[in-house]
Design a protein around this ligand. Structure first.
Ligand SMILES: Cc1ncc(COP(=O)(O)O)c(C=O)c1O
Length: 389
């Protein structure tokens, strides 16, 4: 069986483990470097910036190459992967790789808020116009395409509100009109949604979340198809972008166990969501993996799993009672980010401009960690008692 034909879970274990990089170890060691020393000037001149070639620290070392290669192998249709120091850096510089002054970019109204901020400030300053679209627009996006539309960004499900996009329909329209498509695929990872196979050109992940998986590293990556990989690497190089060898090592370490962790996050996330769904204090759950969710049909068609991140819309309640619920939880940390081994909860703030999100009451975002689900449910149950009384 060739490497290409192995299944994703095998790829997670075997990807990037070339003997010349790991030598006799199971894992490639952490290589930190700025200067690379050459024996002769001719050798220095012959070293081109490429995966597997030592040249200068910015071009990476075996630790970077192993992670980058493993991630490329995990994304069917990818021709290369660039590493970044955060998920946000991956998003912003992937956009810079495809956009030029005068272009228009289409962005879903449900996009991760810092991405919106980048579009509305930085991109605007550089002459790129952002037009927000209803995330549920599907193939209807054709109506929004104009002569200046260069790229469409997707994010599915959307941040906080969790709408599932019709990615294949949007990408089919985009391809017909030579418009580039990029997706923030952090929620599903390539294990649950193979973005390039679905027609997207460029897939972006905050590896800070499930790839790292332990809440101890900031890391992002972008995998691109053949048509866009060269431009992606060129932009990465031009901008002097870098992720440290230590952080790539943590990314690799997390990657090896991604499948087992995600399966457990999925199971616990669904268990919590189902339990909350039956509670009188809850208006509705935002989780596309639950039958009855508006995104369930598309999710079932396109995804092979769900992670541990979902939303809860409560019935109207005072701020004081909401705080009593959240602050008193024993097993849920209060904090940003997600995808680590631990459960988290944060109030969600929705900022939209095209399709308002009507919520009955406050929205909470829950990340289901790897704790025993019964402990998490008991904690939520006590919390809901505090909410009521
Ligand atoms: C959907 C999504 N994309 C991207 C990011 C950015 O990742 P990072 O925190 O690594 O910059 C986040 C972070 O919360 C996110 O939720």
């Amino acid at each position: 069986m060739s490497k290409k034909d192995t299944r994703p879970r095998t790829k997670l274990v075997e990807g990037g483990r070339r003997k010349e990089w790991r030598r006799r170890l199971v894992n490639p060691p952490i290589e930190r470097a700025s200067t690379i020393l050459f024996d002769e000037v001719a050798e220095l001149h012959a070293s081109l910036p490429a995966l597997g070639t030592y040249r200068y620290g910015l071009q990476g070392t075996a630790t970077h190459w192993a992670l980058s290669e493993a991630l490329t192998e995990l994304e069917p249709g990818a021709a290369g992967t660039a590493m970044y120091s955060s998920g946000l850096a991956a998003i912003t510089t992937a956009l810079l790789a495809v956009l030029e002054p005068g272009d228009e970019l289409l962005v879903p109204d449900s996009v991760y808020w810092p991405t919106r901020r980048f579009c509305d400030t930085f991109l605007k300053r550089f002459g790129v116009t952002t037009r927000y679209y209803d995330p549920l627009i599907g193939g209807g996006i054709e109506q929004l395409l104009g002569p200046k539309t260069r790229a469409i960004l997707l994010e599915s499900p959307g941040s906080m509100t969790m709408e599932v996009q019709d990615v294949p329909a949007i990408c089919a329209v985009a391809r017909d009109r030579s418009v580039v498509t990029l997706i923030d695929n952090t929620w599903a990872t390539p294990l649950f949604f193979q973005a390039l196979a679905a027609g997207v050109d460029i897939s972006i992940l905050a590896a800070t979340k499930y790839v790292g998986g332990h809440a101890d590293v900031m890391l992002g990556y972008v995998s691109a198809n053949d048509s866009h990989a060269a431009r992606l690497h060129e932009t990465h190089g031009n901008m002097g972008l870098y992720a440290s060898g230590d952080d790539c090592f943590l990314g690799l370490r997390g990657l090896r166990t991604l499948a087992v962790r995600l399966a457990r996050h999925q199971e616990t996330g669904l268990a919590l969501a189902r339990w909350l769904q039956g509670r009188p204090e809850v208006a509705r759950i935002l989780h596309p993996g639950l039958p009855g969710d508006p995104g369930y049909g598309l999710w079932k068609r396109d995804f092979s799993g769900s992670c541990g991140l979902f939303g809860v819309v409560l019935k109207p309640v005072s701020e004081a009672r909401l705080a009593a619920f959240v602050d008193g939880l024993q097993h849920f940390g209060i904090g940003y980010s997600w995808g680590g081994f631990e459960s988290l909860i944060v109030p969600a703030h929705i900022r939209r401009t095209v399709r308002p999100f009507e919520a009955e009451g406050p929205i909470l975002r829950i990340h289901a960690g790897l704790e025993d689900p019964d402990d998490l449910i008991a904690d939520l149950e006590k919390g809901l008692e505090r909410l009521r009384t």
